[in-house]
Ligand binder design. Structure first.
Ligand code: IPD
Ligand code: CA
Ligand code: CA
Length: 266
């Protein structure tokens, strides 16, 4: 499969950071048995991965701007282009030795997502998408799942935890959606959840309180795989609202409806 120059740049950065994360992940697995756990080690692994991505992208496209989870905003001379980077999505999984984590790099041109790369080094799965060029898992072209009834579907979500998010809202949503589906999954890495929707592994996904770096690459992947992704009102205010609802046309619509339902007693 021939990749464009910009996707090659992103793939190189993501895979280099991914290799660094994979080495650190091996060490994290050893540290599980220590009482203190691998917390500090993981923060270092995260920052190291971000540094690698920053260096690689900056070298390839010196003027572009950045929005990175750890480093924050870096204004470049070229304000038209912005990299949106999560060096390690799925930190809690990584910390606990669960091999579901990824590097996520999105690229915006004039505020529009034009390229995305997500790499899970533990499974050596590389997801790429370019606006108008389709989405791929390694060399395989992706298409969202075709199921049209929620009760046949496996739906992904994110569940807030200690100190994060609206727990009451999350419980209402979960109750409303779980009663209508074949199963709910909480994978623990939003970038991969979105990639899994693009790959048809899960039929849909919703989550609140996400950040642009969790979603940028994955949103493009879903659209390029023929899917729909909006905020929870059905609009495109995804980054500002931090909410996302995704799936094929029918499942996206059904999920939006389920998420609008009031709390039920059963
Ligand atoms: C988190 C993961 C998780 C989601 C959280 C995110 P991080 O990102 O994507 O699945 O539920 O809201 O913050 O902290 O591992 O980069
Ligand atoms: Ca993240
Ligand atoms: Ca992160």
């Amino acid at each position: 499969m021939a990749r464009s120059a910009i996707i090659n740049v992103m793939v190189q950065a993501a895979m280099k950071a991914g290799r660094s994360l994979a080495r650190d992940f091996g060490e994290v697995q050893n540290l599980q048995v220590s009482l203190k756990g691998p917390g500090d080690y993981v923060s270092q692994a995260d920052r190291k991965a971000e540094e690698i991505i920053y260096t690689e992208l900056k070298r390839a496209r010196p003027g572009y701007s950045f929005l990175m989870e750890e480093r924050g905003v870096v204004e470049g001379e070229d304000a038209q282009h912005r990299w949106i980077v999560d060096p390690l999505d799925g930190t809690t999984n990584f910390l606990h030795g669960i091999p579901i984590f990824a590097v996520s790099i999105g690229l915006e041109r004039q505020g529009q997502l034009v390229a995305g790369v997500i790499y899970n080094p533990a499974m050596d799965e590389l997801y790429t998408a370019e606006r108008g060029g389709g989405a791929f898992l390694n060399d395989r072209r992706l298409r969202v799942a075709a199921r049209s009834r929620l009760y046949d579907c496996v739906i992904g979500t994110g569940i807030p935890h200690l100190g994060r998010g609206d727990h009451g809202r999350a419980l209402i949503d979960l109750r409303n959606v779980m009663g209508e589906t074949a199963g709910i999954r909480r994978m623990g890495a939003a970038a991969l959840d979105l990639a899994y929707v693009a790959a048809g592994r899960i039929d849909g996904f919703w989550e609140d309180a996400l950040s642009p770096w969790d979603m940028a690459a994955g949103l493009l992947m879903i659209r390029e795989a023929g899917g729909f992704a909006t905020d929870r009102t059905g609009g495109q205010n995804i980054f500002d609202s931090g909410t996302v609802v995704a799936g094929n046309e029918a499942i996206h619509k059904a999920l939006l409806a389920a998420l609008k339902k009031p709390a039920t007693g059963r």
